[in-house]
Design a protein around this ligand. Structure first.
Ligand code: GLV
Ligand code: MN
Ligand code: MN
Length: 414
């Protein structure tokens, strides 16, 4: 692409700030959970921006948003970019939003430059990359890829008892769930711009990361049930304390990751709910989430097997019952070599160093990889921090990522 593309970093910063104000947590934290009033207000704001850029928008039955700029050969499979705007409790303002607003800035800037793409260009705003409400990450792109079918969406429920489809309908998304799945061949390529969420680019002083693969995530839900009782009256030998069993399970989860012998194995207990949660009452039940990841599928599966086995053993030892549910166990995704090459070449054309790296976090790209060839462009995260309010990437770093995305998409769209 010879033409100069003007990326407006100040406008992008303003839009990121404006989006961050749609939050259920006090600033600088951002909480934006799928289908809440706050999420819907943020989507409405986004749709005004999409309309300003002159894109035609459609939403599917889950609220996945597709904003399209028709190419000169609209019958060809489109080139897509995008990410998510939902945010976990007490998150930062850049996870997902950089790929959404950055992707929109790319389309705006390419249009303004007079570029006329052969293939249509699309911005996709995926519903719920985060697992907060329904336990499973990426249910929007999972459904688009046919990994979650309408029947499963009708059964997957959050804490309030509503299923995904019921919650989507209440939020105003009333399309046909069977139409969410994308036909094969509808996209030529998908490229997601995202913050790294780790320290590697910053440590190396490299502004652009080109992702080669996305690590394989799995999620378990563990419920341990013991016996409650009076904290003064029930003597220690008689207790079946579910919290203490859960604490041992949490320790076993840590050991499963530590003992594979590679730093690529990680496992986390992020939710630990204690019932009944009273000062003077023995915990009778705990609910825990276990998030297990690795770049290597066999190692990840080995950890899952070990955590299941250890949980059963610890439950027997502590005289509690264990209910373990595997919610998802996804394979890793590999990025397409030609898209990686295009991204490296785009960085070079912008005078920016780039390096290849694996994504340890998951992204909607993990599921788009089942639909079409994929790529990801990372920008540095300050101190490698993410999923907390201190998350930060500078306006310059974001603008650099947007320029590299613009060149990459332009090259792919022809
Ligand atoms: C995505 O937010 C992840 O947990 O990797
Ligand atoms: Mn996230
Ligand atoms: Mn994300």
């Amino acid at each position: 692409m010879e033409r100069k593309v003007e990326v407006n970093a100040a406008r992008l910063t303003e839009q990121l700030d404006a989006l961050a104000r749609f939050s259920d947590a006090p600033a600088p934290a951002v909480t934006r959970v799928v289908y809440t009033g706050t999420d819907l207000k943020a989507r409405a704001y986004l749709k005004t921006l999409v309309a300003e850029v002159g894109l035609s928008a459609r939403e599917d039955a889950l609220g996945n948003l597709f904003a399209r700029w028709e190419g000169t050969e609209p019958a060809l499979p489109a080139v897509a970019t995008g990410s998510h705007i939902d945010a976990i409790p007490f998150a930062g303002r850049f996870d997902g939003t950089v790929g959404v607003l950055g992707g929109l800035e790319v389309l705006r800037a390419l249009k303004a430059s007079g570029f006329a793409p052969k293939r249509s260009l699309e911005l996709i705003v995926f519903t719920a990359e985060e697992p907060t409400r329904f336990g499973v990450g990426c249910f929007g792109s999972r459904a688009m890829a046919g990994v979650l079918l309408p029947r499963a969406l009708a059964e997957l429920r959050g804490d309030d008892g509503l299923s995904v489809l019921e919650a989507a309908a209440r939020a105003g998304f009333t399309g046909n769930p069977s139409d969410v799945r994308l036909g094969s061949g509808c996209y030529h390529a998908f490229v997601e711009l995202h913050i790294e969420q780790g320290p590697r680019l910053e440590a190396a002083g490299v502004p652009i990361g080109v992702v080669s693969a996305v690590a394989a995530p799995a999620t378990l839900h563990v419920t341990l049930t013991g016996a409650g009782g009076h904290a003064g009256a029930v003597l220690m030998p008689q207790r079946r304390d579910a919290l203490l069993a859960g604490a041992e399970v949490a320790r076993a989860v840590e050991a499963a990751a530590l003992e594979t012998g590679t730093p690529d194995s990680v496992a986390t207990v992020g939710v630990f709910d204690v019932h009944p949660g009273a000062v003077n009452s023995i915990p009778s039940r705990v609910f825990m989430t276990v998030d297990v990841r690795d770049t290597d599928l066999r190692r990840r599966d080995g950890m899952v097997t070990r955590i299941r086995r250890d949980t059963e053993e610890l439950a027997r030892k502590r005289h509690v019952t264990a209910d373990v549910k595997l919610l998802n166990a996804d394979p890793p995704a590999t990025c397409a070599a030609d898209i990686m090459e295009a991204a490296h070449a785009a960085a070079e054309a912008e005078g920016l160093a780039s390096r290849t790296l694996v994504s340890r976090a998951y992204h909607d790209t993990l599921f788009m990889a089942r639909v079409c060839p994929v790529g990801m462009i990372f920008i540095p995260s300050k101190d490698g921090v993410s999923h907390c309010p201190d998350e930060y990437s500078s306006p310059d770093e974001i603008a650099q990522g947007v320029r590299v995305l613009a060149r990459t998409l332009a090259a792919l769209a022809g």
